[in-house]
Design a protein around this ligand. Structure first.
Ligand code: NAD
Length: 256
């Protein structure tokens, strides 16, 4: 795998700490030879990210709160000026208010619904649009989604609705950008213990059920996700776009 992404420039959005899915992916993408650019949401996240990348060569960390169009424009202007092109983009960003992940979905406020859609679904459209002009040699973009988009997992609530919008956006983006040689996909990950996952009240129950029911009889690891990221970012997936790739030990295939 060592040279699979040699000389590719890959933007990774969504590292919060060493448990983040984006970090697990970044480590493998880097081992495969890619040059990495990271974004962080705000100053608190910047500190954590800078500690993680300390000592690594050739890494750039840039701010981007995805709720700001201006921040997105500035980010891609800087990448354009400093790198001249982009080959890959990993979008691993989501947010919902704590109260919307605790009670019943029927009680979701307008404000909470729109916020979750904005950060977790619309941001993918916005960054794909901004990245596309830099992907002059074609490119690969992918996001992270979850089974709660098409099945009810109590407590996942408004995030499930946002993930449904994210998956539909993946297909529409793939259609629009396909003629430019840009592929757009999503990984539907099984449960992984991260800061975001902790916000979902039923998360530990879900984590317990998967090893009992999934065909692989275990939860997935960051390594599993990194492997699939290598597939999606590299030419190994040259004919794949608009796809939702389940990396969940097969849990989604099981009826009981
Ligand atoms: P995480 O908390 O480590 O990462 C979430 C990231 O979103 C953080 O880096 C945070 O800073 C960023 N973010 C939130 N609001 C933002 C904003 N306004 N601007 C910029 N960045 C913002 O958690 P994670 O589990 O690694 O989540 C990454 C992705 O994986 C999310 O889309 C999540 O829904 C998805 N996912 C997670 C699981 C799981 O079980 N952990 C399963 C399937 C899918």
């Amino acid at each position: 795998m060592q040279n699979l992404l040699q000389n590719r420039i890959v933007l990774i959005m969504g590292v919060r700490n060493k448990w983040s899915i984006a970090w697990g992916i970044a480590e493998q993408v880097r081992e495969a030879g890619a040059k990495l650019i990271f974004t962080y949401q705000g100053d608190r996240e910047r500190e954590a990210l800078e500690k993680l990348v300390a000592g690594m060569d050739d890494i750039r960390c840039l701010p981007c709160d995805v709720t700001s169009d201006e921040a997105i424009t500035t980010l891609f202007d800087v990448i354009s000026m400093e790198y001249g092109r982009l080959d890959g983009l990993v979008h691993a960003i989501a947010y919902a208010k704590t109260e919307d992940l605790a009670g019943s979905f029927v009680d979701t406020s307008r404000d909470g619904f729109l916020l979750s859609m904005n950060v977790s679904a619309y941001s993918f459209v916005a960054v794909a649009r901004a990245a596309a002009p830099l992907m002059t040699g074609g490119g690969s973009i992918f996001t992270l989604t979850y089974l709660g988009s098409n099945r009810v997992l109590p407590g996942y609530n408004v995030m499930g609705v946002a993930k449904a919008a994210l998956e539909a956006s993946t297909r529409y983006l793939a259609y629009d950008l396909g003629s430019k040689g840009i592929r757009v996909n999503a990984i539907s990950a099984g449960p992984v213990k991260t800061m975001s996952a902790k916000g979902v009240k039923s998360f530990s129950d879900i984590l317990d059920v998967v090893p009992q029911k999934a065909p692989l009889r275990r939860n997935i690891t960051l390594k599993d996700l990194g492997n699939s990221a290598l597939f999606l970012l590299s030419d190994l997936s040259s004919g794949t776009t608009g796809e939702i790739l389940y990396v969940d030990g097969g849990f989604n295939t099981v009826g009981i």
